[in-house]
Structure formats: structure tokens, C-alpha cells
Design a protein around this ligand. Structure first.
Ligand code: A3D
Length: 317
């Protein structure tokens, strides 16, 4: 059986970590593409040379030529500028749309059978644009945001309750912006509702609600919190790991249920837009979207988030 081939478009901060994670997990052979000469070649040489130490054996190639992505099973796109302190993700739309246009044309020409995972911001708009230009089926062009947003929410819950992050389940829906929808009602520690545990901890319903609201707020602003600390870029370890979880589920046909930026056709009352929802990811990409009932408050938050996505995508035209 031939090895899987993963191409990474954009060899910056996230691209480099993606390449290293692909190697460490031996997901397949990896190509790192960037327009800057020497950058992807240097990073791949660096990662390749530690194979004997980390004990991975995959082919790693850095390139400035799209021809090298031929035959890719998966393409992960991080090409584009990251935020600087004080910027919103949406401020990147003009410059990153131009970059995404050229990237999507390259993928369409050289990796027409691939499944594409977009990470570049503003995420919901960049996924939409990538699908439009490649013309690939919607099930083969998706975005990473929800795995990371959900992981951030789960991390804050684990810290608050003093339990292992491994035992917390939490999920966010909606667009990858300040209006994302962390689902409080479904957050649990091994199935036990987090709100119940907070109420036990504080013996006070109002205080428990206040603590949860603070965690929801921190989750919504978590990307910006990292940007403000780093000052020169945005989060890169966590988005890389999140996209790798999605890529691994697809490459190994694991059928994991992961919050994914997917094209909706009526699900959650949304039609014709890319929005974050739980999806089954397998060898065909998005194999199904998991639907469930939102209560009135959750639906209102979802509607607000979707309205923001629509405005963002509309501004691209
Ligand atoms: P950075 O380290 O600047 O890397 C971006 C790379 O893209 C650079 O190496 C550029 O040379 C390269 N590039 C620019 N133009 C092109 C082009 N036309 N073709 C190919 N490569 C090109 O940024 P980063 O890796 O930190 O972030 C990449 C993107 O991910 C940014 O848009 C971020 O805003 C976004 N991001 C998304 C998330 C999500 O969870 C969705 C999280 C963090 C960052």
C-alpha cells in the first residue's frame, strides 16, 4: 500500500509545527510549500535530520513549486498573514483573500483529488473562497477552528475544576470569531455536567453561572489573548495540533466526531454557508454532520454567530 501524502501550504509558524507533527506521528510523506525561497526547504531539512532521534521514517520535502503537491491525499492551508495585537481576524480578509486565491488555484491544478483543511484566517471566509476556487465538493473542503476553540474551552474548565483535561468534553459551534458558541449545556467531566460540578463547588447557582460566563468569554477571546502575549503573531502549536487531529481522522478513516467548519445545507437552520458544527470525518472528508436540538438561548447565539459569518463572507464579494 502506498504511503499517504500530506501537503502543507504555508511554511510559517503553523506550517512548521504541522510538518513536525506529521513526521512524529508518521502520518505519511510530507511536502511543505511556501513562496519564500529556502524557508520550507530549511524547515524540512531541520525536521528530517532528527528522524534518527525521534525515530520517524517519512519523506519530508520543502518546496516553492506546486508541482510537488501532486498526488496529495490531504492539503492543509496556513498561507496568509496572522493577526497582530489589536487586529481582529476579519482585518486580514483583503490580503489573505489574494493569497488564498493563488493557493486554491495551485491545489485545483496539482492536487485535484485531495481533501483540503483550511486554517488561514478569517477562517470561515477563507474556507468559502477555497471551495469556490477549487470547485471541489463541499465535503472535501473544510476548516479547522472548532477543534481548537473547543479545546480551549475544555482547558479552562479543567483548570477551574482541578481535573485532568483528558476527562473534560466541551464543544463550540458557529463561526471562528468573537460570536462563537461554546455549548455550556453539553460540557461535561466524564459525562457529568460541568454546571452541576460548578454549583457543587461554589454551593451557589449565581456564582457558578458567573464563573461559567467568564470561561465562555475567555474562550471567545482566547486567540486574541495569545496574540497580545506573543505580540508578533498568533497561536501556532494549538491550531497545528487541532488540524492534525482532523487530518488523522481522515487519513485513517477514524470517523471521529470533530467540530469542523462545514458547508451547511439546512442543518441548524443554516443554508449555503460554512459554519462550525460537529462532523464525522473519514476517508471521504465530511461523511455526515451530527445534528441535535439547540435550546432557544443556544439557537439565538448560533444565529448571531452565523449572521457575523454571512456579513464577513458578503464583504469578500
Ligand atoms: P506565518 O508564520 O506568517 O506563516 C504564514 C506563511 O504563509 C508564511 O511563511 C508566508 O511566507 C506564507 N505565504 C504567504 N503568501 C503565500 C502564498 N501566496 N502561498 C504560499 N504561502 C504563502 O503565520 P501562521 O503560520 O502563524 O498563521 C497562518 C494563518 O493561520 C494566519 O492567517 C493565521 O491568522 C491563521 N490562524 C488560524 C487559526 C485558527 O484556529 C483558524 C489559529 C491561528 C492562526
Amino acid at each position: 500500500m502506498a504511503r499517504k501524502k500530506i501537503s502543507l501550504i504555508g511554511g510559517g509558524q503553523i506550517g512548521g509545527v504541522l510538518a513536525q507533527l506529521c513526521a512524529l506521528r508518521e502520518l505519511g510523506d510530507v511536502v511543505l510549500f511556501d513562496i519564500v525561497e529556502g524557508l520550507p526547504q530549511g524547515k524540512m531539512l531541520d525536521i528530517a535530520e532528527v528522524g534518527p532521534v525521534d525515530r520517524y521514517d517519512v519523506c519530508l520535502k520543502g518546496t516553492n513549486s506546486y508541482e510537488d503537491i501532486k498526488g496529495s491525499d490531504i492539503v492543509i492551508v496556513t498561507a496568509g498573514l496572522p493577526r497582530k495585537p489589536g487586529m481582529s481576524r476579519d482585518d486580514l480578509i483583503e490580503v489573505n483573500s489574494k493569497i488564498m486565491t493563488s493557493v486554491a488555484e495551485g491545489i485545483k491544478q496539482y492536487a485535484p483529488d485531495s481533501i483540503v483543511i483550511v486554517i488561514s484566517n478569517p477562517l470561515d471566509a477563507m474556507v468559502t473562497l477555497c471551495q469556490k476556487i477549487t470547485g471541489f465538493p463541499h465535503s472535501r473542503v473544510i476548516g479547522q477552528a472548532g477543534v481548537l476553540d473547543s479545546a480551549r474551552f475544555a482547558t479552562f474548565i479543567a483548570w477551574e475544576l482541578g481535573v485532568s483535561v483528558k476527562d473534560v468534553t466541551a464543544m463550540t459551534l458557529g463561526g471562528h470569531g468573537d460570536d462563537m458558541v461554546p455549548l455550556v449545556r453539553y460540557a461535561s467531566v466524564n459525562g457529568i455536567p460541568v454546571m452541576e460540578l460548578l454549583e457543587q463547588k461554589y454551593n451557589d447557582k449565581a456564582k457558578a453561572k458567573e464563573v461559567m460566563e467568564a470561561m465562555v468569554k475567555r474562550t471567545r477571546g482566547a486567540g486574541g489573548e495569545v496574540v497580545a502575549l506573543l505580540k508578533t503573531g498568533s497561536a501556532f502549536y494549538s491550531p497545528a495540533s487541532s488540524a492534525i487531529a482532523m487530518a488523522e481522522s481522515i487519513l485513517k478513516d477514524q470517523k471521529r466526531v470533530l467540530p469542523t467548519c462545514c458547508f451547511l445545507q439546512g442543518e441548524f437552520g443554516v443554508s449555503g454557508f460554512y459554519v462550525g458544527v460537529p462532523a464525522v470525518l473519514g476517508e471521504k472528508g465530511v461523511e455526515s454532520i451530527i445534528q441535535f436540538k439547540l435550546d432557544a438561548e443556544e439557537q439565538a447565539m448560533m444565529d448571531k454567530s452565523v449572521a457575523a459569518v454571512k456579513e464577513l463572507v458578503g464583504s469578500m464579494k
